[in-house]
Design a protein around this ligand. Sequence first.
Ligand SMILES: NC(=O)c1ccc[n+]([C@@H]2O[C@H](COP(=O)([O-])OP(=O)(O)OC[C@H]3O[C@@H](n4cnc5c(N)ncnc54)[C@H](OP(=O)(O)O)[C@@H]3O)[C@@H](O)[C@H]2O)c1
Length: 336
Amino acid sequence: MDCCIVSALWCLIPLYLLIHFLCFVFADADFTLLWASLLGHRPEKKLKGLVVWVTGASSGIGEELAYQLARCGSRLILSARREDELNRVKRCCLECSDLRVEDILVLPLDLLERTSHEEKTKVAVQYFGHIDILINNGGRSQRSLCMETSVDVYQALMELNFLGTVSITKQVLPYMTLQGTGSIVTVSSVVGLAGAPLATGYSASKHALQGFFNSLRTELTDFPNILISTVCPGPVQSQIVHNAFTEQLNKPVAMAGNQEHKMTTSRCVRLMLVGIANGVKEMWIAQQPFLLFYYAWQYAPTFAWSVTNMLGRKRVQNFKAGLDADSAYFTKPKTS
Ligand SMILES: NC(=O)c1ccc[n+]([C@@H]2O[C@H](COP(=O)([O-])OP(=O)(O)OC[C@H]3O[C@@H](n4cnc5c(N)ncnc54)[C@H](OP(=O)(O)O)[C@@H]3O)[C@@H](O)[C@H]2O)c1
């Protein structure tokens, strides 16, 4: 009898490991998030009717968040600097959902103008009466080597990605602690957890966000119904490379490259909404081989360093050859 149990275990354990391995090969998010997407609450049920404030809603991930949230029946506050683009996004939200015009507030906002944030928050709260979810999504990336990058660029990245986000969060948080519920969701990045070449300042700003929100979460233990969540996407289709900072302020990126090999914006946003609906505190969203990279950084840092150095060298070579660093990651640099 004992012999049978042992033999069964010998068969079941490798089978269990094989299933997990196969799941991992095809995974595009961490296991907690994937379990939530399989068995957890549906965003359509949990987010219906909630008031969600999305920054950076004029393009990319923020724009797609607006569409998917609208289809879930969430009421929306859409913010970014370009009001005309926000109005376009609002029109598309109305077309693709049952929302009424008054369910969406276009609230132009510059994350760099911190003195305006108190007033903007008041306008949002007065319009809907409260805010259920703040999604700190607005931000810019970087494509430049450290030794060639002006300190002004580092300052701009910290002002926008870190301080702009902290400023809005500090305005919204008192309303949430008063009502005792709410979610503050911040779009960080894979480089908020790890490091990557050409993104020293961007990575620093996202690491700063991770530190800030991980610490804030521990300060809010008396508010168990307030969720502090960080989202760490890998490469996702958007305007991020086109809008990235370079060596100098106001110098545009020379070539944004083809974005098609990246995760679709709709898949990334779907996973984000699943994470929010299920109270996931940190979300890793990326296709392979990037997902492996997150796990390596978390559980096998020595191995992660060697892989990062190998890919990093290649990425710098590609960048110096004038190629888009992302799309040319796994191919030979072509110089002619
Ligand atoms: N795409 C990726 O591969 C990827 C990966 C990891 C993390 N992320 C993060 O995802 C977030 C969204 O980026 P995305 O990929 O969707 O890029 P995107 O298409 O360039 O969108 C960036 C958004 O941020 C807004 N923004 C920029 N500067 C702003 C300012 N000063 N004040 C207010 N809003 C500002 C932009 O709107 P306006 O220009 O109208 O102001 C735009 O709506 C960012 O935080 C980014 O770091 C992206």
